[in-house]
Design a protein around this ligand. Structure first.
Ligand code: FES
Ligand code: FES
Length: 170
């Protein structure tokens, strides 16, 4: 079957088997290896990407189900060589060790922060239920998310102040 979708802002089309999983399409057909395969049965979350702005486990979807969708993978998160604040926070707060779970966690947590920009610790922990990590014990991941929230709030206050100053000067 022919599929057509936007992946990380670029239109893509390909002829694929109808039974092909979305995760295999992303990794094998598109060569985007940042999305990992852990369990292949919807339990570990390492294959998490975003489809139309919501996080999904890409081993649970067929590629044809994402036809005409807007798909985002970990490769599409940094912009112009600049890491997203959440990625920087993982770096700063040691939110990873081996890093295998990290792309899926980032894609999932971006969905959380997009829809709940100021989550409580309980909300962060409950969101992380969908992502298994065998290394960190989650403590440093939670700290990284809290750090990212703080940085994002500071950035939006600074952005607001700059916009106000520009309005006053015009
Ligand atoms: S590989 Fe998809 S949830 Fe584990
Ligand atoms: S950092 Fe190793 S599995 Fe999470």
């Amino acid at each position: 079957m022919q599929v057509l979708m936007t992946v990380n802002g670029k239109p893509m089309s390909a002829e694929i088997e109808p039974r092909m999983l979305l995760v295999d399409f992303i990794r094998e057909t598109l060569g985007l290896m940042g999305t990992k395969i852990g369990c292949d049965t919807g339990q570990c979350g390492t294959c998490t990407i975003q489809v139309n702005g919501r996080s999904v486990k890409s081993c649970l979807l067929l590629a044809v189900q994402a036809d005409h969708s807007d798909v985002k993978t970990i490769e599409g998160v940094a912009q112009n060589g600049q890491l997203h604040m959440l990625q920087e926070a993982f770096w700063e707060k040691h939110g990873l060790q081996c890093g295998f779970c990290t792309p899926g966690m980032i894609m999932s947590l971006l969905d959380l922060l997009e829809h709940n920009p100021n989550p409580s610790e309980d909300e962060i922990r409950s969101w992380l239920w969908g992502s298994l990590c065998r290394c960190t014990g989650y403590q440093s991941v939670v700290r990284a998310v809290q750090y990212a929230v703080e940085k994002m709030q500071q950035a939006s206050v600074a952005e607001f102040a700059t916009a106000q100053a520009q309005t006053r000067s015009t």
